[in-house]
Structure formats: C-alpha cells, structure tokens
Write a protein that binds this ligand. Sequence first.
Ligand code: B12
Ligand code: SF4
Length: 522
Amino acid sequence: MTQRILYVRLPCNPIFPIGVVYLADLVHKLFPAVEQKIFDLGTVPPLDFNRALDRCIDQFKPTLVVFSWRDIQIYAPVGGRGGNPLQNAFEFYYAKNPLVRLRGALGGFKVATAYYGELWRNLGLIRRGLKRARRYHREVRLVVGGGAVSVFYEQLKHQLPKGTIVSVGEGETLLERLLRGEDFSDQRCYVVGETEPRERMIHENPTPIEKTACNYDYIQNIWTEFDYYLQENDFYIGVQTKRGCPHNCCYCVYTVVEGKQVRINPADEVVKEMRQLYDRGIRNFWFTDAQFIPARRFIPDAVELLQKILDTGMQDIHWAAYIRADNLTPELCDLMVKTGMNYFEIGITSGSQELVRKMRMGYNLRTVLENCRDLKEAGFNDLVSVNYSFNVIDETYDTIRQTIAYHRELERIFGADKVEPAIFFIGLQPHTHLEEYAFKNNILKPGYNPMSLMPWTAKKLLWNPEPLGSFFGEVCLQAWQQNPNDFGREVMKILEEKLGCAPLEKALTAPIESNNKELVTA
Ligand code: B12
Ligand code: SF4
C-alpha cells in the first residue's frame, strides 16, 4: 500500500513551519510515490482546531501522522499568551505591595492556565488525530517531533499514546527509515510504552544529511494554506543555511539538539531555495540557524553565501538571524549590509567579560565591539537586539556596572535608538550545564519536572537566584511601572541610576581565574 503522510503542525504563533516543509521535501525526493499533505494549525482559528483536524483527516486518510510541536516553554519578557509571563511571575515573587503581588498571582494564574491549557489541548489534538485516522487505517502510525519535543522528550513519554514514536532533533533519517520499513532504533527517538529514551540520548550526534534546495512547487501542491505566509509582507520566512553549533554556552540546549558538528548547506542550494520564495513575492528571510556564523572558521561559508545572494540580483530583500558578532570581518560586514540584513540578535548575555567566560560562552567582548564598529562603518543602520540575561552565575553589582558600560558603548556605535536591550532571565532547560550546576548546588533535584509551571518549581526554572534575585525583581517591577513599552531601556536606566557605570576597560578584561568554579569545569 502506498503510504500517505499527513504533517500536522500543532498550533503556534504564525511562524513559517520550516521544519515540516523540509521533512516533506526530503521524503518526496526519496519516495516520489508517497502521498503527502501539510496541515498547519498555526493558520487556523482556535475554535476550529478540532473540526479542521477531523476534516483534514477524513479527506486525506493518512497512514502515517506526523505531529510537529514547536514551542512549550514561554518565559519571554514580551506580551505572550495570557499576558506577560515574566512580569506576572516577578510581581508574584518580588512585589512588596500586597496589591501588586495579588495582581501578579492572578496574572500568574492566567499564564499558568493558558500554558497548561495549551499543553493539554495539543496532547488532545494528537490523541484525537490518532483516533480519527484509525477509522480509516487501523495500523496508522504516529510520530511526534519538533523543537518543543526535542527539549521535553523525556517528560512527554507519560503523556503521549502508546506506540507513538517520539523524535529528538532533526527527523529526516528517522522518517526515511520508517518509510523503508528499516530499523530506526539507533536514531534519537523512542517508542512510548515499548522502548525507553536512552540515557543522554539528546547528546548523541544527529545523522548528517545532504541538504538540497527545497522544492516549493511541490510544497505548494501539498499545502493548501501555503499562501497564508505570502499574503502579509511582514513574515520572515525561514531558510536554514547550516545545522549545529560548536559552543558550550551554559544555559543553551541548541548545541545538543542540533549537535556540535556544524554542517553547512551548499550555498548554491540555499540560494536556489531563496530564489523560489523570492519569485513568489517573499522579501524577508530568517536564517533559522542556531548561529549564522558559529565560529571564525565558518566565515568563508557565510561570505560565499552572501556573495551568491548578491550575484543573483535579489536586491530588495531583507534578512535576519542570530549572529555571534565576534565572528565578523570587514568583508562580511560589507556583504551583510549589501544583501539587506536589517535585524540581528546578539546573545552576549552579559557585558562583563568575566561572566561571559564563566558562562562558557567563548566570546571576546572586545572583538564584538570592534566588529560592530566595522558593521556600522559598512553602512548598517538598522535594529540590533542585544540579549542580556542577568544573574546567571556570579553576578555582582560590579558586573552589572560593566554590562551597563558595555551597553552604552554599543549605543555609541549604533545609536541609542537602534540598540534594543532585550532583558531575559534564563528559562532553565534540561540537558544544559546550568541544569547540572543547579543539581550540584542543590537548587534543583534530579527528577524535577522542567515542564512544570507550578510557582515553587517555576521560581527555580526562571533562573534568578538570590542574593541578587530580589534586587533584579524590584528593578524590573519598577521598569514595568515606569515605562512598560520600553522595558529593556528602562531597566538599563534604573540600574545605572542605582549602581553607576564601570569604566569600559573593566568590562572588557577578565581577571585570570584562580579558583575554578564548578560551572567552568563541569
Ligand atoms: C530560529 C528560531 C527562532 C526564530 C524563528 C524565525 C523564523 N521566522 O522562523 C525566532 C527568533 C523568531 C524565534 C522565536 C521564538 N522561539 Co525559537 N527557535 C529558533 C531555533 C534556533 C531554530 C528553529 C528552526 O527553525 N530550525 C530549523 C528547522 C528546519 O528545524 P525545526 O523546525 O526544529 O524542524 C526540524 C526538527 O525539529 C524535526 N522535526 C520537526 N517537526 C517534526 C515532527 C516529527 C514527527 C519528526 C520526526 C521530526 C520533526 O525535523 C525538522 C527538520 O530537520 C530553535 C532552536 C533550535 N536550534 O532548534 C528555537 C526554538 C524552536 N524556539 C523556541 C522558543 C520557545 C521560541 C519563542 C517562543 C521564544 C520566546 N519565549 O519568545 C519565540 C516565539 C516563537 C513563536 N512561535 O511565537 C524553543 C521551543 C522549545 C520550547 N522551549 O518550548 C526552541 C527549540 C529554542 C529552545 N531551546 O528553547 N525562534
Ligand atoms: S553560541 Fe548560541 S547556539 Fe551556540 S551554544 Fe551558545 S547560545 Fe547556544
């Protein structure tokens, strides 16, 4: 019997579902006879989820249902589902005024209800989909994967139907094996009720695949709602140019989800893919790599890609990405500007070299500044989002002063209105060095539930430990009160008023470590 694969992208803010698009594309290249359909619940109004899913299954009658689940954890400093989760949590934990605490508790309750509501709704959609598909094919198989599953695969084993294949990281090889009827037990996956996730499975290397340009003629054929992402011109459509990140930043799980081995997609193929989107009217691209330039040795690859983009004559495009700004050269800066980079995020986390080293981030902050000057020189005049996560490890008033000094220097380079300080607090994730650190320091106990949003667990997962936790809590609350629409800048301003600003040179020099901290050596 010919297989019929239905890809269901579970409800999500409308972010282009590049993961299922790539899976369907590869399956088509390997098995042209297999029938496929993409169904994106991100484009369906919530009240219609169940009905739309039923309708789709009734029409398509899949033999294999692939659910793609993008995000679960939501500690963002921005207005999200059910409110601003960070603000609510901080009001509840740190507000001195009982009325504000009450508001925080109510807000936190709203966020928690939205969170658990979405979790249960998505699990319900998966069960519903399976049940419905069984009406047509008793032996239908269910595979679940995507970003959220990669992070929380161990917790989900208790919540998914027996027989579900749960996949970690990229799913191409797993699907190929499944369709060939071959053993897939060596892939990063397990079958609910039949096999257990292997110890440290997420740390295993993904199976490399040769990526070619996605065939959008085909994708458009199997995805009725494709046009949804073409209509509005503010969508940044995902294009992946590489996979993997070689770094070790203590709080980051990307480096294990994608693996440390950087695998570059051939530049010609990336450009061919962009060209197809361009010809359909797309002008905004997001390079969905964990890092667009993961290390200096990948600069030539970035140069080659951008040069090829320029050569195709796609002159009116814009693109954005996560950029490690320590890996830039004047040539690359020039190409970035010429090819239309109009937004990038640098996750330096702290402006103190000492802390950047302790968090194992491998950054040289002085180099970042020099490169930012080159970028400005090359004509970059757009927005930079600088991600700061305070209080990760060993933060002191001194290191805060250094971060302020560093941020003010970035403002001098790009212009204060162009540098957006995005204040995050780390949401602790499983399989990271920070999790190990939390175990060793008795902050968390092995067996804790990283998906819990119960206040007593959430307080530890939303990483903001004492002695500075309450101080940051109060600063953030004051910032929301004074200037909620420019939260990041307000936090910086308040911190500077309270603590002052260090000389820049202090921020850029890290004293040689005398006693090794556990995180540095873990
Ligand atoms: C790029 C990126 C962004 C960009 C997206 C830009 C764009 N226009 O596409 C931006 C910056 C906007 C962004 C925002 C957010 N992101 Co983000 N993002 C990423 C990142 C780095 C890559 C995602 C990606 O597109 N990869 C490329 C595609 C091809 O891979 P993929 O979609 O994962 O699909 C592959 C596999 O997952 C797998 N797969 C997918 N589905 C299925 C299904 C089956 C059955 C199988 C077998 C396999 C499979 O195969 C696919 C092909 O190889 C990931 C981290 C990472 N390294 O994966 C986080 C990640 C997806 N983001 C995450 C989150 C939380 C967010 C935010 C909600 C953050 C926030 N708190 O504000 C926001 C908002 C997103 C939203 N829905 O509204 C989380 C989700 C997990 C979680 N914690 O719940 C991730 C995993 C990071 C993390 N570790 O926390 N993000
Ligand atoms: S450089 Fe970025 S993607 Fe790589 S480990 Fe560090 S935070 Fe994660």
